[in-house]
Design a protein around this ligand. Structure first.
Ligand code: ATP
Ligand code: MG
Length: 321
């Protein structure tokens, strides 16, 4: 069974990425799994090339620093040739209507003066990411469900039209810590692309910074530590984070705490503890570019080999090459 998932280097990795995705990949993964830095997905709107390159390295180091085996990781653009070939074949299997109705496309293109074609076609590239290595399961957040659904549709369509070549993948969503909220604004999720960083805990933040962000976390005036996500979203978020870091349910985590101050200190301590080793390992790797390059090159070669046969078969069935 192969699981495949990715993190886009559109910013620094944060606690939501870690608890909702990266830590899970590290813990639950099998030897067949693949995790990649989706740097090509970071080009669909205006971006800075130097920053993309540096964030890609940082994300690669973060995945390994989070204890995902270096054997399981690679950087997407290191297999551009394969992905570009497969994307074209899939684009010719996909209709304009199918990509134009993607919610993320509609959201990101709404009100924009110009829209990059890549923003429209990026779900097809994502389908290629998934279908090339024959992933069975794709752990994603709810915002990506529709894109995985498209990958399923294209796989089935190709298989029935041209011949059996693709595994039809399944989307899986996590139950716990699926949506960590912004500490300063509990109405929205913690995200890399948020401009105001006050409520976003980055994995590479130092302990002082982490404590400060939790101290300033927005709660409410009810003054009771209970897990009630609808009535007390800020407090519930802190309890979810605490629960995730201490491997207990948010409800149980709430039981031993009485004041908001105590809650904020306890959750800050738990997060600092949870991230201590991750941060150290990530920084050590970033300080050793030769080692990071070596891991990256090995991962690229492994990913390329993994996709080779399927791409050959697909190309042949499609009547080209
Ligand atoms: P962006 O703002 O660029 O969309 P992001 O922070 O949403 O960035 P993604 O690269 O879109 O991060 O997502 C990487 C992984 O992290 C996905 O599996 C996604 O579901 C998960 N994830 C992102 N934000 C959160 C969050 N706040 N809570 C839990 N999981 C999250
Ligand atoms: Mg996102």
């Amino acid at each position: 069974m192969t699981r495949l998932s990715a993190a886009t280097p559109s910013g620094h990795a944060h606690l939501g990425n870690y608890l909702g995705a990266i830590r899970r990949w590290a813990r639950e993964g099998t030897d067949e799994d693949l995790y990649f830095v989706s740097d090509m997905h970071g080009m669909t709107t205006s971006y800075n090339p130097q920053r993309l390159r540096s964030l890609s390295r940082e994300m690669l180091a973060t995945l390994i620093g989070s204890s995902i085996s270096p054997d399981r990781v690679f950087v997407q653009s290191d297999i551009t040739a394969q992905l570009a070939s497969l994307t074209w074949i899939l684009e010719c299997t996909c209709t304009f209507g199918e990509v134009a109705r993607m919610i993320q496309f509609k959201e990101k293109s709404a009100g924009a003066k110009t829209v990059r074609l890549g923003l429209l076609t990026y779900p097809v590239l994502m389908a290629a990411d998934i279908l090339l290595p024959g992933a069975d399961e794709v752990p994603v957040g709810e915002d990506q469900m529709q894109h995985v659904e498209l990958a399923r549709t294209l796989a089935r369509r190709f298989n029935t039209t041209y011949g059996e070549a693709f595994v039809v993948p399944k989307a899986v969503t996590p139950k716990v810590a699926a949506r960590i909220r912004d500490l300063a604004n509990p109405d929205r999720k913690m995200a890399k692309s948020t401009r105001d960083e006050a409520g976003v805990v980055f994995l590479l933040d130092d302990p002082d910074m982490i404590r400060r962000k939790f101290q300033r976390a927005v709660t409410d005036g009810l003054d009771q530590v209970e897990y009630r996500p609808d009535e007390q979203p800020g407090v519930a978020n802190l309890l979810e984070i605490l629960g995730a870091c201490t491997d207990q349910s948010p409800r149980v985590a709430a039981e031993s705490i009485t004041t908001y101050r105590e809650l904020k200190e306890t959750v800050a301590d738990a997060v600092v503890e949870e991230l201590r080793e991750v941060r150290k390992r990530t920084q050590d790797l970033l300080a050793d570019p030769a080692e990071l390059d070596r891991i990256r090159a090995t991962g690229a070669e492994r990913a390329r080999q993994r996709g080779e046969h399927r791409l050959e078969a697909v190309t042949r069935l499609a009547g080209i090459g």
